[in-house]
Design a protein around this ligand. Structure first.
Ligand SMILES: [Zn+2]
Length: 143
């Protein structure tokens, strides 16, 4: 099994984010959640709850469904396996349904990755073939 530190050499893995990156390797989105007040924490992952200042940090899987809060086109960025910036990479911030204001970012793939994606429903997807998976979202088409 690939080691999380070898898989993400560009990331400083620490006690606050290791569950997140281990989750990526297993195609699971693991976020920090306060064990006292229940507040979810998006990026950056911190040791202390921003709501109640508790150190009682827990780690739980989320489904990754929400609404595109904002997006941009990245013309350049860090060298990451499987990521190209030509053409520019659609990159979105998705606000998850489970908590108002809980936002997580990732590349936007599939159809409708232009700026009309803002405000649309999105879900987390795991493209095949990534040794070190990164978060990716696709727009959910209205039925
Ligand atoms: Zn808390």
């Amino acid at each position: 099994m690939i080691n999380v530190m070898n898989a993400f050499p560009d990331v400083m893995i620490d006690h606050d984010n290791k569950y997140f990156y281990e989750g990526l390797l297993n195609h699971r989105l693991i976020l920090n959640r306060c064990g006292d007040c229940g507040t979810w924490h998006g990026e950056p992952l911190r040791a202390i709850c921003g709501n109640c200042h508790s150190w009682n940090n827990t780690h739980q899987e989320v489904s990754g469904e929400g609404t595109v809060y904002m997006m941009t086109l990245l013309h350049q960025g860090p060298a990451i396996e499987g990521v190209s910036y030509n053409p520019p990479l659609p990159f979105a911030v998705v606000e998850f349904d489970i908590q108002k204001g809980l936002r997580v970012s990732g590349k936007l793939i599939g159809k409708n990755t232009d700026f009309s994606a803002i405000g649309k429903r999105a879900r987390l997807v795991w493209p095949a073939g990534q040794v070190a998976p990164r978060l990716a979202f696709e727009i959910v088409e209205a039925a």
